[in-house]
Design a protein around this ligand. Sequence first.
Ligand code: GDP
Length: 205
Amino acid sequence: MNLSTAFFEKAFGTFEQLTVSDLPEFCFSGRSNVGKSSLINKLTNRKSLARVSGKPGKTVTINFYRADDIRIVDLPGYGYAKVPFAERTRWSDLMEGYFKSGRNIKCVFALIDMRHPATDFDISMLDFMQQMDIPYHIVLTKCDKLNKTERKKREEAFLTEIPCFDQITSVWTSTTTFEGISDLKEIFEELSSEDYEFEEEKFEE
Ligand code: GDP
């Protein structure tokens, strides 16, 4: 699978508009400004497939990108205090609608800014996926901004901030040093090949 073939397909503002899930989906979630757009751009080897913004809170749609036989799903950022109540309600309806509509969700990459303690929103998001039995990995972003000692400290802190942190796969990433990018690509490869193997097995029966 070649993520560089990715192109923007469609943005959805309400879950009623969502089209049928006919391909495996790989989602990216996280609070606004966590580095989600930068990471999608880096993985797909593009400068501006997903928008990169210094100003948080802009993405209020679910954006779909198609790459070969999978979809990358850019979920709207959360936790931006200045978003009006109506927008926050729309956000939660959209997210709940998306996750409860029986889609082929291979994995959610739950992005957390490595420099700061996980927020209540981060914990709620992880909790939600746990409850819904959605496979997920934690992605600790902007790790280039910490030195070795600071990293160690944050990693230890996550053990107390995030329930069961040591039992969840976590990948440290940086879009400036490329750290963790190949690890994420491997996860894409591994999980998307599961479907091919399944199809092949069905064919052989
Ligand atoms: P989004 O709101 O989650 O999509 O975040 P963006 O991708 O727009 O990034 C928000 C800001 O963080 C931008 O100024 C990016 O340049 C910066 N940023 C994103 N990822 C990294 C990273 O890995 N390292 C550093 N140093 N900055 C980053």
